[in-house]
Design a protein. Structure first.
Length: 66
């Protein structure tokens, strides 16, 4: 038996784009969405060619029963 992804059981997903990427902007987005009842699922960085610093970050959240 395989587990269903959170959104498959009647939940909702939310994707938040964060730019500029810094400790403060990521923390603010994580705290804000968590306070709204969203559960953090994953974080994905987008980098520009030739740069070690991320240009964007996408935060993925899920909420059950929404």
């Amino acid at each position: 038996m395989s587990a269903k992804p959170p959104g498959a059981a009647g939940g909702s997903y939310r994707v938040v784009e964060v730019s500029p990427v810094s400790e403060e902007t990521l923390e603010e987005a994580l705290n804000r969405l968590s306070a709204e009842g969203w559960s953090f699922e994953s974080l994905h960085f987008v980098q520009r060619e030739g740069s070690h610093r991320p240009a964007l970050a996408y935060l993925f959240f899920v909420r059950q029963g929404s």
